[in-house]
Design a protein. Structure first.
Length: 277
């Protein structure tokens, strides 16, 4: 964790512990939610560029990072966990930013609690039209293969770093290290969970009454959001904006950190300005 005024904390949610890092300060709060098999460190580089304008809260989801492992026989309740955490922190209204599974969790939370959502940023959320799936190369998601993740989770940092360097050579050193270290703390019991029914994206977004930003990359590099889907979403969801980052795949904040950070900051300063911005 970067040195300075950032603090680590824990909160009990539904009988288990969620760990988080918070930059603090009397500033507008933003909750940042990591993707599947990641942890809070995925946001440290972005947080470093926003900490003087916003109070950034970065939790580890259950079974990730420093949070508790999954409870045998129980399904993860990510939205309720998030609600409990934010209640424990006495946060009433805030911005939400999520990547992949974190984006889906953020969107589900915002759908249930629109009055608490100041704005929403969705990085490559897994939203699709069932009849028009994006054309993604088969090898784009080798890094999400359960067998590979299980091997990395049971290995050491050197092994995970070597894999990351081979498959993501354009990432900077901090990105590779964050990705690799997160695999060592991932609870592979997640792979044994039965898939949960997800709400249709139209149903989920029907209660969105706040500014929202959809960020995607290129399908040929692994991004889940197609241009066709984005156009449909723009026509369906009020107050939605869309930004497509060239040269990025699913991990946009790692593939193209400069354009990603710029896109996020521009949106925040227009829709959720900080008094210190």
């Amino acid at each position: 964790m970067p040195a300075g005024s950032w603090t680590e904390g824990e909160c009990l949610t539904g009988g288990h512990k969620l760990a988080y890092v918070r930059t603090g300060g009397n500033l507008p709060p933003i909750v940042l939610l990591h993707g599947f098999t990641e942890d809070r460190s995925t946001w440290f580089e972005l947080a470093g560029s926003l900490e003087y304008e916003y109070d950034l809260i970065m939790p580890d989801m259950l079974g990730h990072g420093k949070s508790d492992r999954l409870i045998p026989g129980s399904a993860p309740t990510l939205v309720q966990d998030l609600a409990d955490l934010l209640a424990g922190l006495s946060l009433q209204k805030f911005a939400l930013l999520g990547h992949s599974l974190g984006a889906l969790t953020a969107a589900q939370f915002a759908s249930q609690y629109p009055e608490r959502t100041a704005c929403l940023i969705l990085e490559d959320i897994p939203w699709f039209e069932p009849t028009a799936l994006p054309a993604i190369p088969q090898d784009a998601y080798s890094a999400a293969n359960p067998t590979i993740i299980a091997q990395l989770a049971s290995g050491d940092l050197a092994q995970a770093l070597a894999y990351c360097t081979q498959h993501f050579p354009r990432w900077n050193e901090s990105a590779r290290r964050a990705w690799a270290e997160s695999k060592l703390h991932f609870d592979t019991a997640w792979f044994k969970q039965a898939p949960q029914r997800q709400s249709d994206w139209r149903e989920m977004s029907a209660r969105f009454n706040f500014p929202a930003l959809l960020i995607s990359g290129e399908n040929k590099l692994g991004s889940l959001i197609s241009a066709g889907f984005a156009q449909t979403a723009l026509k369906t969801i009020p107050h939605l904006e869309w930004a497509r980052v060239p040269g990025a795949g699913h991990y946009i904040h790692y593939d193209a950190p400069g354009p990603f950070f710029s896109t996020v900051k521009t949106f925040l300063r227009m829709q959720y300005p900080s008094k210190k911005g």
